[in-house]
Design a protein around this ligand. Structure first.
Ligand code: ZN
Length: 100
């Protein structure tokens, strides 16, 4: 069963709370060549294609974007936050990449 927009937003709110970051706006729209983006001001945009992905992959995408509010790049610190919040994030990332 596909996720609903409310499911996605619920996941964002839950994870923002857990990570301790502020998401001010959540937008869902068709995006070219990426799953999501976030601005440092907390404006999160999610690709509507996420609605068709397994929950574990959508969750990975959301956590990835929210961790960018702590660390803007994909360096060591970013990876250690990812491992702390989603220990199997690399596996999820591989699955996501293998889809398309
Ligand atoms: Zn990123």
């Amino acid at each position: 069963m596909n996720a609903s927009r409310e499911d996605l937003k619920g996941t964002v709110v839950q994870w923002a709370d857990r990570i301790g970051v502020k998401v001010r706006e959540i937008h869902l729209r068709q995006m070219e060549r990426k799953w999501a983006s976030i601005s440092m001001k907390g404006r999160l945009t999610l690709n509507t294609d996420l609605l068709n992905l397994p929950e574990a992959l959508t969750e990975y995408v959301i956590v990835h974007e929210l961790v960018h509010l702590l660390v803007p790049n994909h360096g060591k610190l970013f990876k250690s936050f990812m491992s702390a919040y989603l220990p199997d994030w690399e596996e999820r990332q591989d699955r996501l990449r293998s889809l398309y």
